[in-house]
Design a protein around this ligand. Sequence first.
Ligand code: DGL
Length: 271
Amino acid sequence: MDNRPIGVFDSGLGGLTAVRALRRLLPSEDLIYFGDTSRVPYGGRSRETILKYARQDMRFLRSFDLKAILIACGTVSTTSLPTLQRENDLPMVGVVEPTCRRAVDMTANKKVGLIATLASVRSGVYEKTIAALDPEIQVYAKACPLFVPLVENGRFQPGDPVIEIVAREYLEEMRSTDMDTLILGCTHYPLLTDIIGRIMGPEVTLISAGEESAYELKRTLKAQELLADPSRSGDAAYYVSDRVEDFEKIAAWFLQEDLHHEANQIDIDRY
Ligand code: DGL
């Protein structure tokens, strides 16, 4: 048993979709969340810049005595996970493996779509991971760079004309592929589930990277006997690198509950 907290980070708010799942799956665990809101989005940047940012995010989180880290960011997972794992001696889970495993389990016609950030699509890591699991599966990948800034700005409600138009344009070509499973490969995208689901139709199963990574973390903690005392009630602390007011307003949407505590602003350049 280990009651130390779990660190979770993302470029911004997206990782909160994983936090929401973690709060449900692991209610006894303490969580420390960092959202790099002053530098979001990461998705259009180079691998070098993303790795530099991810190392700073890790250094900040490791200023706490953590038992594990969840990289609740598709972009960091696809570009930097092996390097971060080499550099850090604690259990670390990313979003790609668990999400691909679920997609491979779910697809009946072996046609899987992937929507993610530019950096994630460019990396080809989702395709490689799926090919290793089942080489017969065809993957249709599409970068959706406008989704993250729209979600970060609260423009994710069904009926919002801007997000509706952008989503239709991105997903149009996906619709003609006959896929039966679509990976939401960026942790911001589950906020768009209703919009994406309506465009793709009920026959397409949507897979949330945030949620799958939370399941994977639970399995990892269990296997390594690192779960917290089940009789305790877990808490969550939130840190961001820009204005807390903006974060708190939208974070409640992601979590589908109040933050309970105020978020704290930190200077990520110090790490
Ligand atoms: N939530 C991040 C991801 O999963 C967003 C990336 C970004 O900042 O562009 O990829």
